[in-house]
Ligand binder design. Structure first.
Ligand SMILES: [Zn+2]
Ligand SMILES: [Zn+2]
Length: 330
């Protein structure tokens, strides 16, 4: 249902229009420090497979290639580097999985809260009809996490979590370290094959030659697959951070161009301040880990000429994921 622009502005400033009575009061927050964990069977299975594959690579590198090698210096240096990178990859995975990606408080679209925002003429707020939260600018609803996530990039089953404002750093580090251990493993397999073709295969590994070859070929496949997949993902993520544009925004760009911020600021916010070794440290958080509750909640209305207002009661499942003034181009 379309309404004239002047009529729509009257409606928008009334909290009743957002039907806050339909929202359950916010769930009582759990005890402080409650761990963030998404209970999604597919995501948990993918996360376990990720760990299994990294541990398989560890096993082959250490027990098939390095320990049987007679070159002590080669084994120690490669062993230390590979294990350090694998540890950082798994630590980044844990941090990406167990960090709140920037979830908006659930059910905060109450009448009192909307009134407390004191909307001025031309200002609007958006309500997510699925989780009953007031949706900040650049937030999107994730159907797996069942929450609205600030600066949501995508939901990644491999880390069983959304990639958003607060955990993108860990996700980028995870893809980087997996790409590095994949490359390192491939180089070591290459050296091992070269070395063993020259020598007697039985002296090359404590396993039988057929078992050794099968284990190494499987590691090669795994390494190649993960190297390609994670380096593409790493490149895409770094590009997203540098242009300050999430994956979802990139998909929407054709219908609604948005202004880019200076990219260096976005990079510093994501990785945690000025450039330092901490950028590569999964135990050090991004900048501004504490997000103010009302940050970016109130937005300026789009220009009246392109503002179509529809009736929220006609909301259809799946076609639109937010409600409020219902500016249809959002
Ligand atoms: Zn939502
Ligand atoms: Zn999600």
């Amino acid at each position: 249902m379309l309404l004239p622009a002047h009529h729509s502005r009257d409606i928008e400033r009334k909290p009743e229009y957002l039907q806050p009575e339909k929202c359950a009061p916010p769930a009582r927050p759990g005890p402080a420090g409650t761990m963030w964990f998404i209970r999604d069977g597919c995501g948990i299975a993918c996360a376990i497979v990720t760990w299994f594959l990294v541990l398989y690579a560890e096993f082959v590198v250490v027990f098939v290639m390095l320990i049987p090698s007679r070159d002590y210096v080669y084994s120690v240096i490669n062993g230390v580097v590979f294990n350090l990178l694998a540890f950082l990859a798994l630590a980044s995975h844990c941090r990406a999985m167990l960090t709140d990606p920037g979830a908006v408080p659930k059910g905060n679209a109450t009448k009192e809260f909307i009134e407390s925002l004191q909307l001025k003429p031309g200002q609007v707020v958006y309500k997510c009809p699925k989780c009953c939260s007031i949706k900040p600018d650049r937030a999107h609803h994730c159907s797996v996490c069942k929450r609205c996530i600030r600066k949501m990039d995508h939901h990644c089953p491999w880390v069983n979590n959304c990639v958003g404002e607060s955990n993108q750093k860990y996700f980028v580090l995870f893809t980087m370290y997996i790409a590095l251990i994949s490359l390192h493993a491939l180089v070591m397999v290459g050296f091992h094959f070269l070395h063993c073709f020259e020598e007697d295969w039985t002296k090359c590994s404590s396993f039988s030659p057929p078992t050794t070859v099968i284990l190494l070929i499987l590691l090669c496949f795994e390494g190649l697959l993960f190297l390609i997949f994670t380096s593409v993902m790493f490149g895409t993520q770094v590009h997203s951070i540098c242009t300050d544009e999430t994956g979802i925004e990139r998909l929407q760009r054709e219908s609604r161009p948005r202004e880019h911020r200076r990219s260096w600021r976005s990079v510093k916010e994501t990785f945690g301040g000025d450039f330092s070794l901490n950028w590569c440290n999964p135990f050090s958080g991004p900048w501004q880990p504490e997000i103010p509750v009302d940050k970016d909640l109130v937005r300026q209305e789009s220009s009246p000429s392109d503002t179509d207002v529809t009736d929220t009661t006609e909301h259809s499942e799946g076609t639109k994921d937010e409600d409020s003034v219902e500016v249809t181009d959002e």
